[in-house]
Write a protein that binds this ligand. Structure first.
Ligand SMILES: Cc1ncc(COP(=O)(O)O)c(C=O)c1O
Length: 412
């Protein structure tokens, strides 16, 4: 039952098995943070872990840390810690580079496994996915075609029989729509198409089952729900069955079978390591490790149940004040964010700015989406209630019409 008073929310918080995890995060007083789907909050252990990496591993142990602190193996050891969050084997994920670079590697690798020459992209996907697919396709002599993954056109496009690879976001970055990973992957495979999943808005937000879904490749960032910090390294998944045959285009020495032979000929490593390229940002890796150690304490089923309860509450309260949601009402189709639209020109942006001025931090995605992310590790039901109280006031009083809320910042 969705709570209808703040007291009912407080009762839910008192009984919440995830509540102790909130203490693992630094959360500024007076802020309800609904933007963890863009930049996650800072784990309390991160500054100490990063300081130790810098002062001891680097400062004192110097070059010896490549062996003694496991620096060389970090992409694999961190990949193994990401793996349970995405339903993958520990040897199927590596951490390194950024989401965009990893997308490029996966798309080119998938094209290389097929004799077809179409990348089926998603109309309305996050722009980097569209841009990288365009670039990767043109370098590989292929083309990108775009499809609405939530409409009947997807099956028709796949049935055309010319798509080498389908690139989809598991959760839509604007609307928060969750796609049926097992169903879509099965359909694509039936038509001879491989699938690359972008997990940026689903890892840490919803349970992800890459292996059970038969997914081929996937990428994801770690600075949103995984809380690894701004610009933190991304991860890449390749199904074990593709390891021996897939080759990626950024064939650097970290992906070599025997990097310390320093030979002039490239020979890809036998497993997931072949997806690595060069040296990684080890200071940022230390921050990621701290945040993954917090995630290791979380039960994903509980995270999902709390996320749905919080988005149910937010959706119900937004409806009370007459604001339209473009986030699916069905649980099976909803990620961990709510996207609202207010049709009046400029209203969405100004409402988000007015909420931020009250300490309720969400964000805005052009042309008209107000986005609110729900992170069960550190949000309480009472926070959601308080955020909706602020939303009610901002909308009912017309507070958002103040001209200071119309000024555009560089990052919205
Ligand atoms: C779906 C999706 N893919 C990719 C990215 C970003 O890519 P990168 O980490 O390379 O900046 C984002 C960022 O918000 C995203 O939402």
């Amino acid at each position: 039952m969705t709570p209808t008073t703040r007291q009912e929310c407080a009762a839910l918080d008192a009984a919440d098995p995830l509540a102790p995890l909130r203490d693992e995060f630094v959360l500024p007083a007076g802020v309800v943070y609904l933007d963890g789907n863009s930049l996650g909050a800072l784990p309390r252990s991160t500054p100490g872990r990063v300081a130790d990496m810098i002062e001891r591993e680097w400062g004192q142990d110097l070059i010896r840390s490549w062996n003694d602190a496991g620096w060389w193996d970090k992409p694999r050891t961190l990949g193994a810690k990401v793996a349970p969050l995405v339903g993958a084997g520990p040897d199927e994920v590596v951490v390194g580079d950024g989401t965009s670079a990893n997308l490029f590697k996966c798309i080119v690798a998938a094209l290389g496994l097929s004799d077809r020459s179409v990348v089926l992209g998603e109309a309305g996907n996050f722009p980097t996915d569209l841009y990288v697919a365009e670039g990767a396709a043109s370098l590989a002599g292929a083309v990108q075609r775009r499809v609405d993954p939530d409409g009947p056109g997807l099956e028709r496009e796949l049935a055309a029989g010319d798509a080498a690879v389908l690139l989809l976001s598991h959760v839509d970055y604007r609307t928060g729509t969750l796609r049926d990973m097992p169903g879509i992957t099965r359909l694509a495979h039936e038509h001879g198409t491989l699938v690359v999943w972008d997990l940026c808005h689903s890892v840490g937000a919803v349970p992800v089952e890459l292996s059970a879904s038969g997914a081929d490749f996937a990428v994801g960032c770690t600075y949103k729900y995984l809380n690894a910090g701004p610009g933190a390294p991304a991860f890449l998944y390749a199904a074990r069955r593709h390891h021996a045959s897939a080759s990626q285009p950024l064939s650097g020495w970290h992906g070599h079978a025997r990097p310390f032979d320093f030979t002039g000929e490239y020979e890809p490593a036998p497993g997931i390591s072949r997806f690595l390229s060069g040296s990684q940002p080890l200071v940022a890796d230390a921050a990621l490790e701290a945040s993954l150690d917090v995630w290791a304490k979380a039960d994903l089923a509980l995270v999902r149940a709390k996320s749905l309860a919080m988005t149910d509450l937010f959706l119900a309260r937004a409806a009370e004040v007459g604001i339209t949601s473009v986030t699916p009402a069905e649980h099976a189709r909803r990620g961990s964010q709510v996207a609202l639209i207010e049709p009046e020109e400029g209203a969405g942006y100004a409402i988000v700015r007015a909420l931020i001025a009250r300490g309720v931090i969400g964000d805005f995605r052009a042309p008209d989406v107000m986005r609110f992310g729900f992170t069960p590790l550190y949000l309480r039901h009472t926070d959601v209630w308080d955020a909706t109280e602020a939303l009610h006031e901002v909308v009912r009083t017309g507070e958002w019409r103040d001209e200071r809320f119309a000024r555009r910042d560089q990052v919205t």
